[in-house]
Unconditional design. Structure first.
Lengths: 116, 115
């Protein structure tokens, strides 16, 4: 089974703190994603990476950055956390091979971040 | 631009009743369509997907969905609801215009099942 592991399920951080959310996948997937989930808004893509050190901005990248130094690991960084970044963050991965558009995206269990 | 619309943010059914969750898509290219389920405090899990093979797709837990090009729809059904089906369901279309491999999600439909 594909395993996408998010290191922290629940975090509480203070406004202005630098926050790291870590994600590891064990299926040698090329693609990795960070989504934000808010009630009534569904999932919104923050950043996408299709290879080591490669990244693309998603729909809502402002206030976030990412790092992908190894294929299996994709980190989301909040440079200076703000209360409007309180949310559920979901990491995901998928295979990039032929037929990538139809490939399944596999999700981690999510990280609940509260910024106070 | 591609998009997904899920009709009804909340749907409530009785145990044993038919489940119907509606999804309409917009796409200028033949779409790849997905349904995911999210149980409370968990990530998303794939229920089923349409990738241009059979238009009636069967998934896990007794769910199925039918791709109707003429109606641009991909509605999710289950003949008989079970209490364990209570969850949030997301319809998604593969993003073939932007980030290859990404999915564009609908806003979700929360399913409640009454005893």
């Amino acid at each position: 089974d594909v395993k996408v592991t998010q290191s922290s399920r629940y975090l509480v951080k203070r406004t202005g703190e630098k926050v790291f959310l870590e994600c590891v996948q064990d299926m040698d997937h090329e693609n990795m994603f960070w989504y934000r989930q808010d009630p009534g808004l569904g999932l919104r893509l923050i950043y996408f990476s299709y290879d080591v050190k490669m990244k693309e901005k998603g729909d809502i990248p402002e206030g976030y950055s990412v790092s992908r130094e190894k294929k299996e690991r994709f980190s989301l960084i909040l440079e200076s956390a703000s209360t409007n970044q309180t949310s559920m963050y979901l990491c995901a991965s998928s295979y990039r091979g032929r037929g990538a558009a139809g490939n399944t995206i596999y999700f981690g269990e999510g990280s609940w971040l509260t910024v106070v | 631009a591609q998009s997904v619309t899920q009709l009804g943010s909340h749907v409530s059914v009785s145990e044993g009743a038919l489940v119907l969750l509606r999804c309409n898509y917009s796409s200028s290219v033949p779409p790849y369509l997905f349904w995911y389920v999210q149980y409370p405090n968990q990530g998303l899990q794939l229920l089923l997907k349409y990738t241009s093979a059979a238009t009636l797709v069967k998934g896990i837990n007794g769910f199925e969905a039918e791709f109707k090009k003429s109606e641009t729809s991909f509605h999710l059904t289950k003949p008989s609801a079970h209490m364990s089906d209570a969850a949030e369901y997301f319809c998604a279309v593969s993003d073939q215009e932007g980030s290859q491999g990404n999915l564009i999600f609908g806003k979700g439909t929360k399913l409640s099942v009454k005893p």
